[in-house]
Write a protein that binds this ligand. Sequence first.
Ligand code: CMC
Length: 430
Amino acid sequence: MAESAELILDGKSISLPVIEGTEHEKAFDIGKLRDQTGYVTLDSGYKNTGATKSAITFLDGEEGILRYRGYPIEQLAEKSNFLEVAYLLIYGALPTQAEFDNFKYQITQHTLIHEDIRKILDGFPSSAHPMGILSSLVCSLTAFYPKSIAPEISKEELDLNIVRLMAKISTIAAWSYKNSVGHPLIYPRNDLDYCANFLYMMFSFPTEKYEINPVVVSALNKLLILHADHEQNCSTSTVRLVGSANASLYGSVSAGINALWGPLHGGANQEVIEMLEAIEADGGDTSKWIAKAKDKNDSFRLMGFGHRVYKNFDPRATIIKKAADEVLQALGLKDSPLLKIAQELEQAALTDQYFIERKLYPNVDFYSGIIYKALGIPTEMFTVMFALGRLPGWIAQWKEMRENKEPIGRPRQIYTGELERDYVPMSERA
Ligand code: CMC
């Protein structure tokens, strides 16, 4: 392997050290480039920029590989559960039974939220999007746990913040939904597992007994595992960037939730179902919508297709497609018209030159929306579900960034604005 690369600039040779990762990914270290030459690099959208060295998640978009801490996503989705995967991501190794029991116990003990947070929730209109509520209430935890905002926090305090956040986010998420439909808030039940407890808080009523459906619990575990980390995506980079200013874990994760909300990121799962419903309402002619997606004069995109890094297939989509089949079968929803439209779209796109040439395959959000719909999760909650799943990844990345003592993130720019000019009084302006 080359240990450095030579950059020839104005006849001068500049040596750029080559950095190699454990999976042989290579990078030029340009950290000293500006000092040496006055130049910066420009990479809009960071398509070709490594912002950090990370030991958490390996992803190969060309080969369709995704591994958390070295473990293939396929094995974790089949054999593990969401809390175990959360532990793995955050602490770097699969837990022993004692470690897992303790982690689970700690999280279970923190599921209640301060009653004053209820009052904040009461202040939101029932029309508020649950993602807005989620990010606000997660940020409000800084007010209830002020030690969390200290620039340096002990390992014990960090562990406490981690279990608090893992526990409370599911209560906040379920309550954000209950608020939106005007139903009574349901308090957590600590005898239930993480996913079962979340479903209980979402769907039960104080007036009736709630039956936990194991098919739904298992599907939810799988979905959350598949979303748990995805290296330096938009929301995770946001969490790291905000955290690099020594902002608190709660504040940084709240920022990540807002990034995830965007329709080009986590918001896509909601957009997929809305698109399928729009196609159904329009008569169900999928070819018309495929044509719209290909038309450069039409801003419509086939939601749930394409990915910034997966240019072959999205391994999460393969697992989730199988899970969607199983769930729909088990819940007797195999003949749903939306599923039929989804299958037709998928087939049409996979055989269409436009999509083939651009390597546009169904991504994780194409199928996750379909499963969430089948599980009875309301459309506006889809991105909240993504946030629940992504939380361990955000925590792990924030923790890694702090432990590695990374400097504050501060990109450069190439200025393209006006040159210096004198202020003109308002009376003299044209
Ligand atoms: N439908 C139609 N055309 C598309 C689509 C699509 N979904 N996605 C990309 N293209 C076209 C695009 O118009 C461009 O064509 P051309 O080369 O002729 O100009 C080409 O494919 C490359 O697109 P791009 O926007 O440069 O690709 P990107 O890597 O910057 O964007 C993406 C990736 C995910 C933002 C984009 O594919 C997209 O908008 N997809 C729909 C939204 C979606 O499903 N997002 C969820 C992503 S997965 C969950 C997550 O990790 O957040």
